[in-house]
Design a protein around this ligand. Structure first.
Ligand SMILES: [Zn+2]
Length: 280
């Protein structure tokens, strides 16, 4: 990829990019802005790389996947058609794309701790049903085990043919690493500088876990597991989804470039017509 000219680089408002090597020009498919940004940083999953809304590679990929699933083509979120008939929810989605989604579709962002409440591990008598789409981005690694319940609940909330737009951190391989397989009645406590998890299993056994992994800073959102790719696929099929499709398309016009990445690429899975018809 050729380095862009000095004039283009100078026009971009973020100074750091000149120190991060060659830049790329793209249209952010979340906010619509034309961006010039470091190629290297634009290709990082979590690094904000839109100079206007701060979208990262993950967010732009999710929105692209949703656009193709709903409309059959790539549409910039700020130009999504106004479709109140399309109903969906997010699980603690980032505001930067949740807000515009709510303005264009019948979309509700839900939360684990605050209203509108939704616990994907225990949906109870939720108001949501027959949804066209669910966005679950970097959430399922934090859901308490057993995780197959969350996949089944997501399927149950979707209409036949509805889509789950999905991302988690994952690694190649067969087996998901469950950090707390017997989690039942537990607390997370501070022990000096570190946090520990104290669990009482269903059988009454007491367990203590150290070296906890949190996402978003110490003591915040606990990592419950590290998924393997093959196990993810198995979960989708077992819950009544078609095989997930990796959103690994090279779309430099939107600053979407996963080339060289072998894992943690977002995916999308369509709900089978008959629930629980997948491989068990
Ligand atoms: Zn943007």
């Amino acid at each position: 990829v050729a380095q862009t000219g000095a004039a283009e680089t100078a026009a971009a408002p973020i100074a750091a990019e000149t120190e991060s090597g060659p830049t790329t020009r793209f249209q952010c498919n979340v906010c619509g802005a034309q961006c010039t940004f470091s190629i290297a940083l634009t290709r990082l999953r979590e690094e904000p790389s839109c100079t206007q809304c701060g979208s990262n590679l993950r967010f732009r990929t999710l929105i692209h996947g949703l656009s193709v699933a709903l409309f059959g083509r790539a549409v910039v979120l700020s130009e999504f058609p106004l479709r109140a008939d399309l109903r969906g929810i997010g699980l603690s989605d980032a505001d930067l794309y949740a807000q515009p989604l709510g303005q264009r579709l019948s979309y509700t962002n839900t939360y684990f701790h605050t209203a509108p409440l939704l616990d994907i591990a225990n949906i109870g008598t939720t108001e949501f049903s027959g949804l066209d789409f669910i966005i679950a981005s970097d959430v399922f690694e934090h859901v308490a085990p057993p995780i197959d319940v969350a996949f089944r609940n997501a399927r149950q909330l979707l209409r036949d043919g509805g889509v789950l737009v999905f991302s988690v951190p994952y690694v190649p391989g067969i087996k998901t690493q469950e950090h707390f397989p017997d989690l039942h009645d537990y607390v997370i406590e501070k022990d000096g500088e570190a946090f520990v998890l104290l669990n009482r299993t269903r059988e009454g056994e007491l367990q203590r876990f150290e070296e906890l992994v949190f996402h978003g800073g110490p003591g915040t959102t606990l990592e419950m597991r590290l998924f393997s790719y093959e196990d993810l696929q198995r979960h989708f099929l077992a819950a009544g989804f078609e095989s997930p499709i990796l959103l690994d398309e090279y779309l430099p016009q939107f600053g979407i470039d996963w080339r060289g990445e072998y894992c943690s690429i977002p995916m999308i899975a369509r709900a089978c017509a008959v629930p629980d018809a997948g491989v068990s």
